[in-house]
Design a protein around this ligand. Structure first.
Ligand code: GP9
Ligand code: MN
Length: 416
């Protein structure tokens, strides 16, 4: 009957943070273009390989955007699909398996559905087989109007590499399709070229490989550099086609590209040992909010609040003027003055303003050294409760009781 939702609802209500008034609705009725940057981690931004910038375009783009530099991916085994799940629902993915496979029949209150109600045409654009990650099925549950998948693109061998269509032609063809979309639209675009094993054709290598014992890390910088070039061409095409001014362009990294198997090579690149503390900090991915007319021409800002993919939905909906007061969500609007610095990973590791907790050890961010465990203690309960409540919602398909608010009868009784 949904009575399990009572405690969860109370928790979510108690933790709601109200939007920043200056930001709420700032991009109302504009197209929302969200770009999921395959395997892009934050450490490549404003960084170089033998003197050559890895992300020259993004480095300038973040100056024209709100850029969050303490933003973490929170994905598990479901990788890209987990990041999509976080984005759409502000719920955590599962600690094993991919929720896209295991719970595609659930009721959700997705960002896409919220925007549909506001008159948006909603879609995902990704030049892969539509059934990969069970997307064709899960996307019905998430309520997208359309999924532009491999069959919607013209994919020929000369514009393919590795996993499929290269990012540059992907963006190019996508903008052509955007021109035909009903406005305003929300679309989530998922890039592919910067995917393990990070292969490129010679003509797409714009910087040299790194030199370490890990071929994976060595090639990673090159494929990131390629994706950076693709994003640059994409923004230019949006401008050329008249789609730029009336849109808001958001980008985030979906998850790490370099796993802990490459720690030795990473240590060589970073010039320091990859301790458990450093491993957690490497889970930062870029989160970029570019609002033409607001953040461009150098009016951007780097924001160092701690957050994660769980925060995407309330943050973005508020920018578009959609209220989330009555949503069941675990994220907080990153522009809110009341946002609390916090991100929890699926394995229970978490990050606060001053501490990182992982492997049963509390680390000071300032010294990067272990500190008294009691300093992390106050956040442990929050980390546990959030993951537990989120799991309960998914395993119990509890959002099917949400719309009717049947459980609120119980809620009232309990409060009396
Ligand atoms: C596949 C793409 C990559 O369609 O999203 O998936 P990943 O392996 O990164 O989860
Ligand atoms: Mn991915």
């Amino acid at each position: 009957d949904g009575s399990e939702l009572v405690d969860i609802d109370n928790y979510v209500r108690a933790n709601y943070v109200k939007p920043n008034e200056d930001m709420f609705g700032i991009a109302e009725n504009r197209n929302l273009i969200v770009v999921s940057l395959e395997s892009v981690q934050s450490f490549v931004l404003n960084n170089d390989v033998y003197g050559e910038e890895v992300t020259p375009f993004l480095n300038s783009f973040i100056k024209d955007s709100y850029y969050f530099d303490n933003f973490y991916h929170q994905t598990g085994q479901g990788k890209t699909s987990d990041s999509e799940f976080l984005l759409e629902n502000s719920l955590y993915p599962l600690n094993r398996g991919a929720v896209f496979f295991t719970h595609s029949g659930n009721e959700y209150d997705s960002m896409a559905e919220n925007l549909s109600k506001k008159g948006y045409y909603t879609s995902t654009m990704h030049a892969n087989n539509k059934s990969f990650w069970n997307r064709d099925i899960m996307y019905q549950a998430l309520g997208y109007d359309y999924y532009y998948s491999a069959t919607d693109y013209e994919i020929t061998p000369d514009i393919s590499v590795g996993w499929g269509m290269k990012d540059i032609p992907f963006f190019e063809q996508s903008v052509e399709m955007m021109k035909e979309m009903q406005k305003p639209f929300y679309t989530k675009m998922i890039t592919l070229t910067n995917h393990h094993p990070f292969r490129l054709d010679e003509e797409d290598k714009f910087i040299d490989e790194y030199d370490s014992k890990s071929g994976t890390l060595n090639r990673y910088f090159q494929t990131v550099r390629y994706t950076d070039e693709a994003v640059k061409a994409f923004i230019q095409k949006l401008k050329d086609e008249g789609l730029y001014d009336n849109s808001i362009i958001v980008m985030y990294g979906d998850h790490y590209g370099i796993s802990e198997n490459h720690n030795e090579a990473m240590a060589q690149y970073l010039g320091k040992e990859v301790t458990p503390f450093v491993s957690v900090q490497l889970q930062r991915v870029p989160f970029i909010v570019h609002i033409p007319g607001v953040t461009d021409q150098g009016k951007g800002k780097t924001i160092s609040k701690v957050g994660g993919q769980i925060d995407l939905k309330p943050t973005l909906l508020h920018l578009l003027g959609v209220d989330t007061k009555s949503s069941i969500q675990f994220g907080e609007d990153l522009f809110s003055d009341d946002h609390r610095d916090f991100a929890v990973f699926r394995d229970g590791s978490f990050i606060t303003k001053d501490y990182v907790y992982t492997d049963n050890t509390c680390y000071s961010k300032e010294t990067e050294q272990p500190v008294e465990g009691s300093l992390c203690e106050p956040y442990k309960e929050k980390a546990r409760v959030e993951l537990d409540y989120s799991d309960k919602i998914i395993y119990g398909d509890l959002l099917r009781f949400y719309e009717s608010r049947d459980y609120r009868g119980n809620l009232m009784e309990q409060q009396q």
